[in-house]
Design a protein. Structure first.
Length: 141
């Protein structure tokens, strides 16, 4: 049976054998719904002291996104395509500049681990984590 109170914002699915919380679910509680055998559900506000909450898995950074996705992400986050061109122009080493320009202008997709991403990211003032988040968000566009 699901135990909830008026303060419950989500329910915890708990493994009976070791009382580890496996997940929190934000949901309406359908009449008669019960968790699978071997588990029970209680409101997250009713968890006893000391019970371990298993954190959610971090969202995976995609290996690549399409050129369109990354450009749409940039534009919708206030970064003009001209600023990308300026960042490319600011690269001092001519060969690196040419490689980055070819990748930017002609590649149908953008690989997260390609050195171009860190080169452009640094030029635009992005941290590695911000670039990863951009890829996660862009992959959903």
């Amino acid at each position: 049976m699901i135990q909830i109170t008026k303060n419950t914002t989500s329910i915890a699915i708990v493994r009976q054998e070791d009382n580890k919380v496996l997940t929190f679910i934000r949901m309406d509680y359908p009449e008669g719904w019960e968790p699978e055998e071997g588990y029970y559900a209680i409101g997250d506000d009713l968890l006893p002291e000391g019970w371990e909450r298993i954190p959610p898995e971090p969202e995976k950074v995609p290996d690549s996104v399409t050129a369109t996705q990354i450009r749409l992400w940039l534009v919708t986050h206030g970064i003009s395509l001209q600023s990308i061109e300026s960042a490319i122009d600011s690269i001092e080493d001519q060969q690196t500049k040419d490689i980055v320009r070819v990748q930017w202008e002609y590649a149908p997709y953008v690989e997260r681990k390609h050195f171009m991403m860190d080169t452009l990211g640094i030029a635009l003032g992005f941290s590695t984590e911000q670039i990863d988040n951009a890829f996660i968000e862009a992959s959903k566009l």
